[in-house]
Design a protein around this ligand. Structure first.
Ligand SMILES: [Zn+2]
Ligand SMILES: [Zn+2]
Length: 336
């Protein structure tokens, strides 16, 4: 089968053996229809976390072509999925840090979503695989996992009523995060260096977004809307200097959710956290419950996922990568 394989910090299209259900006994073989290119795939590719020969991709939409399972799934079902399954029975799971569960980190789809076929285990079928409503397009369904990540982040922040949240970075994740906050009934503001993204976020229902030409004037502009700073801030941009900006835009006692990795060891400062009682928390990957909510919110339209992705054929995956990195597009969907 055809697959986009990691090779020297890029992709090459090569032929890999198709996964066989016989090898595993239970589970399903899924024909991949398409798969979103996630920011985390790009980080893995660029930092060398992904090794040559690996197949990345996890925001999969596909069709079950072979199955041996005691779930209700059947051959022909169109599905979307999450790729990690928690054990529900460890110290991490009991404290609802499902994505820290060691079993969660070990489980995956095989070989990865940028391939014509994947193997999905019985455990995945029970917990992280969802049938796609036929009213949805493949691209819409591919937002199951990224939106679920945002739902988890918004929950982690514990947003109170009548508070103001700021999204720093209005890429695809920022847009989804802001819509999630709106769907939960709270005010949301955004900011970005790119003017088009500022405008786009307002089309997606943000109360107001700020174009950052320089940080100081952006902070002054923000102060007109919130005198003492934002109650909740979601950092979705990956530039190291964003951490400083976030601390300046926050009110004392704010919740700051970190949802991006930065290249250098830049970070939040001890004394800001201490004297200003800042609550700084990370949010990483979704639980099966977040996936379930995500599917429902895509289906009922409380979060709009149209107009975010650009479609590329698998042969064009390196163009998709380059166009994402140069901000020419918001997000790529790779069609198999
Ligand atoms: Zn993802
Ligand atoms: Zn666990």
């Amino acid at each position: 089968m055809k697959a986009a394989v990691v090779d020297n910090n890029k992709f090459i299209i090569s032929i890999k053996p198709k996964p066989m259900l016989d090898e595993y006994g239970t589970g399903a073989i899924v024909k991949v229809l398409g798969c979103g290119l996630c920011g985390s795939d790009i980080v893995k590719l660029q930092t060398g976390i992904a090794k040559d020969g690996d197949v990345l991709g996890h925001e999969v939409v596909g069709e079950i072509v072979e199955i041996n399972s005691n779930t209700n799934f059947e051959v022909g079902d169109k599905i979307a999925l999450g790729h990690h399954v928690p054990c529900f029975n460890c110290q991490y799971c009991w404290s609802e840090h499902y994505s820290m569960c060691r079993h969660f980190k070990e489980t995956n789809i095989i070989p990865g979503g940028f391939a014509e076929y994947i193997y999905v285990s019985e455990e995945h079928l029970h917990n992280t695989v969802f049938e796609v409503n036929l009213n949805l397009t493949d691209v819409e369904a591919s937002f199951l996992e990224p939106l679920a990540c945002c739902i988890r982040a918004v929950r982690r922040a514990g947003i109170r009523d009548n508070t103001k949240s700021l999204i720093v970075g209005l890429g695809s994740i920022g847009i989804l995060m802001g819509q999630t906050i709106k769907a939960f009934g709270n005010q949301v503001y955004g900011c970005d260096l790119l003017y088009e993204r500022v405008c786009l976020s307002e089309n997606f229902g943000f109360d107001k977004s700020f174009h950052i030409k320089d940080e100081d004037s952006a902070l002054v502009e923000m102060q007109k809307f919130t005198k003492i700073g934002f109650d909740n801030i979601f950092l979705t941009a990956g530039a190291s200097r964003c951490t400083n900006f976030v601390v300046k835009a926050a009110r004392d006692g704010a919740n700051i959710v970190v949802f991006s990795s930065v290249k250098s060891d830049a970070g939040f400062k001890n004394n800001d956290i201490y004297y200003r009682e800042l609550n700084i928390m990370g949010s990483y990957s979704p639980s099966p419950m977040d996936l379930e909510d995500s599917m429902r919110m895509i289906e009922d339209g409380s979060v709009k996922v149209n107009g975010i992705s650009t479609i590329y054929p698998i042969e064009g995956i390196n163009d998709a990568l380059a166009d994402t990195l140069s901000n020419k597009i918001m997000k790529a969907y790779i069609k198999l």
